[in-house]
Design a protein around this ligand. Structure first.
Ligand code: ADP
Ligand code: ZN
Length: 719
């Protein structure tokens, strides 16, 4: 058995070893025990039912809440050589029947369905004839009111299983750890004598950071500049905030998209696809985004606002680094976020009881923003873990930070707020402290206050940041509403009297990750080209972790390549040789890769870069530029013409146009030296008044395209 499991794991998934907790769950299922697996996001839950599905006879039915996720998972499985399929409302009845027929003939091992489907009589009658060995319930916490995405349709699963003629093995999976949710799952699914496996929620590769009171836009701008090419998600609390952040970042030419429930579904899906396929770097979104996204190479998740509770925060931030590689989770906390969340709770449709629970959860979230201790430890203890280090060494409160005594600044601010009678907002207070010449300040007589201009050495934005920090630390409150007002709290009085000092911790802003190595960039770009050709997300070709292992071990032959985690036989057959070739080329001559890789960026004339980026924002890339980019990324003219279903002559025209506009190309891939010499010699002899005579004088295999390219390369314009 053991050997069989490992063989299948390597062959289909390319894994040599289990991730923590997987082995126990898989074995429990294979011993025909009902099983509940609780694992953090990225812990590798899917393998826990996909592998048994391959080893058990008959069909495995996977119940999953999200249509989008189903399609991705099924695509990925098919790509690995596993026969899987899904059924959802987007399919025609005939297609549904056909898929079930395939399953009944054993031509499909995993079938994904949404829970609503189980209520369909028609579906059940078709399913009747299929031997089902395993029912796997993904995101099982959806069954519990105590979870964060309760779905009534999950409540029907238990009785549905009960009504089956032959009871299958039932396995449930969730990333929600709280004991209440766990109990609900076991009870409501009616699991029989289940084995329960709860894995640690720790995700050591995630670096938790908290930035208080800072200028969020400034921070995000800088972060994106310092992390080019790294996919990331920015969550904001409201649609309006998403829109404005998106606009701000687009103007600065970042490759961003946005996502919120106010957009139509077509737009949303489009942006989601662009993000999944690494066509845009960053997505700015409300919490409507992300359910069912299993993009594994998200390198950072920034929360522009504090979420309502840690469950939501952990789930959203946890979308970073699923591939196990280092990733940042950064929360930009402002005291004002509390008002938004309180408002949302109070004005939501929850029952009185649930509102109380939500307020308690919000309190824990706020406490997270104030804990002086290890952020990871706080999270783990919230989720009921007991066994963890009190200092993780990889969070904002464990890593380097600067401690500064800001008592004097605080006193100046408090006293100014007091003198302005606690009636104005932070920017007005800051303007007075700065000594601004605004008319309004004179009208109100604030230029006569003793605090006027006493912080003139700082920029107004920095004073505002300081006010926000003091609010985050609860020396000040900022009222809710359209015109928030800054007021003092009881904590400010002893500071003003000189009895207490204000010590602030400034986490070091996360330093930019070291520059990606050349070979990694080259592998990543090859991955993207392949993904485009196959119409699948890049991380499905190989996850970042696999590319990194390739960089470290530089495999030069099939055997070595197959030893890389994530390279299974099926995928090796499909793409392996291209990656091998690239690595071989790199090992033989590292510079050759450097040249190829930097070509696109280095050779783009500057104004063209800007133009290109601008057209990107509008969502439209001129067709000829797409051709040019594909060519630069290594696709041949034939491949481009096939992939985009364009005539070869059109592709040639595109490339010519790009060249004429100043986009550089790798000439050696278009014309060879010998031909070039021939064309130039002939042109010199016959003059360049017309192409026809030149063409006639040359051997037949030299076509017009080559002639025109040679001329472009040498700056000759036919007169
Ligand atoms: P979850 O559903 O628990 O969030 P996934 O099943 O999506 O997690 O797996 C997370 C990542 O871990 C994926 O990129 C997957 O390819 C990878 N993975 C899963 N099992 C293993 C394993 N045994 N070895 C290496 N990588 C694995
Ligand atoms: Zn820590």
């Amino acid at each position: 058995m053991e050997l069989q499991i490992r063989k299948a794991m390597k062959r289909y998934f390319g894994y040599e070893a289990y991730k923590p907790g997987q082995e126990a769950v898989i074995k429990s299922i294979l011993q025909a025990r009902d099983t509940l697996g609780v694992m953090p996001t990225g812990g590798g839950k899917s393998l826990c039912y996909q592998l048994p599905a391959l080893l058990l006879p008959g069909l495995t039915l996977v119940i999953s809440p999200l249509i989008a996720l189903m399609k991705d998972q099924v695509d990925a499985l098919n790509d690995q050589g596993v026969a899987a399929s899904f059924i959802n409302s987007s399919l025609e009845p005939d297609e549904v029947r056909y898929r079930l027929y395939q399953a009944s003939r054993g031509r499909c091992k995993l079938l994904y369905v949404a829970p609503e489907r189980l209520a369909s009589e028609h579906f059940n009658s078709l399913l009747d004839k299929i031997p089902i060995s395993l029912v796997a319930i993904d995101e099982a916490h959806c069954i519990s009111q105590w979870g964060h995405d309760f779905r009534p349709s999950y409540l029907g699963i238990g009785s549905w299983i009960g009504s089956m003629q032959k009871r299958p093995i039932v396995a449930a999976f969730t990333a929600t750890a709280t004991p209440k949710v766990r109990e609900d799952i076991i009870r409501l699914l009616a699991l029989k004598d289940p084995q329960v496996f709860v894995n640690s929620f720790d995700r050591p590769n995630l670096r938790w950071m908290l930035m208080k009171g800072i200028d969020r836009e400034r921070f995000i701008n800088r972060y994106l500049r310092e992390h080019p090419d790294q996919p990331g998600i920015i969550y904001a609390a409201t649609r309006k905030e998403v829109d404005s952040l998106f606009a701000e970042l687009s103007v600065r030419s970042f490759k961003v998209g946005k996502y919120h429930a106010g957009m139509n579904s077509e737009e949303r899906n489009h942006n989601q696809e662009l993000f999944i396929h690494d066509e845009i770097q960053v997505i700015v979104a409300t919490n409507a985004f992300g359910l069912g996204i299993d993009k594994s190479n998200v390198r950072f998740v920034i929360h522009n606002n504090m979420p309502r509770h840690l469950e939501a925060y952990y789930q959203e931030a946890g979308r970073a680094g699923r591939d196990g590689q280092a990733a940042d989770c950064i929360l930009l906390y402002h005291a004002g976020d509390i008002h938004i969340q309180k408002y949302l709770i109070e004005n939501g449709t929850l029952s009185r009881e649930r509102k109380v629970v939500e307020h308690m959860k919000l309190k824990s979230m706020i406490d997270y923003c104030h804990t002086p201790g290890c952020l990871r430890a706080y999270i783990l203890s919230y989720f009921g873990e007991r066994d963890f280090k009190s200092e993780c060494g990889n969070c904002g409160n464990c890593n380097d930070y600067i401690v500064r005594d800001i008592t004097i600044e605080a006193q100046k601010i408090f006293s100014c707020v007091y003198r302005m009678r606690q009636r104005y907002g932070s920017s007005m207070v800051a303007s007075v402290l700065k000594g601004s010449q605004q008319k309004r300040i004179y009208q109100l007589g604030f230029h006569e206050l003793s605090t006027y201009g006493i912080m003139s050495n700082l920029a107004t934005e920095d004073i505002i940041e300081m006010i926000n920090l003091l609010a985050a630390e609860e020396y000040l409150t900022i009222t809710a509403g359209k015109y928030p007002i800054v007021k003092l709290t009881s904590k400010a009085a002893p500071v003003l009297r000189g009895e207490k000092r204000v010590i602030a911790k400034f986490p070091q802003p996360p330093e930019s990750v070291s520059k990606e190595s050349t070979i990694f960039q080259a592998l990543r770009s090859l991955r993207k080209t392949i993904a485009r050709q196959h119409g699948i997300p890049p991380y499905v070709v190989f996850p970042d972790s696999t590319l990194r292992e390739m960089c470290e071990r530089l495999p030069l032959n099939r055997e070595d390549m197959l030893r890389i985690t994530g390279v299974g036989e099926i995928r090796f057959e499909r793409y392996g040789s291209q990656f091998l070739e690239l690595i071989q080329k790199y090992v033989a001559d590292p510079e050759s890769i450097e040249k190829e890789k930097s070509l696109v960026r280095r050779l783009l004339p500057k104004d063209v870069t800007d133009k290109k980026k601008k057209s990107n924002i509008a969502g439209e890339q001129p067709s000829y530029l797409i051709t040019w980019m594909q060519f630069q990324e290594g696709m041949s003219l034939e491949e481009i013409s096939q992939e985009r279903e364009m005539r070869p002559s059109t592709v040639q025209e595109h490339l010519l146009r790009a060249v004429r506009e100043g986009y550089e190309v790798d000439w050696d891939r278009l014309i060879n030296r010998h031909q070039e010499e021939q064309v130039l010699r002939t042109a010199r002899e016959l003059g360049t008044s017309g192409l026809k005579p030149i063409k006639k004088a040359l051997p037949a295999e030299i076509d017009y395209f080559t002639i025109r390219m040679v001329m472009e390369k040498n700056g000759i314009r036919p007169s």
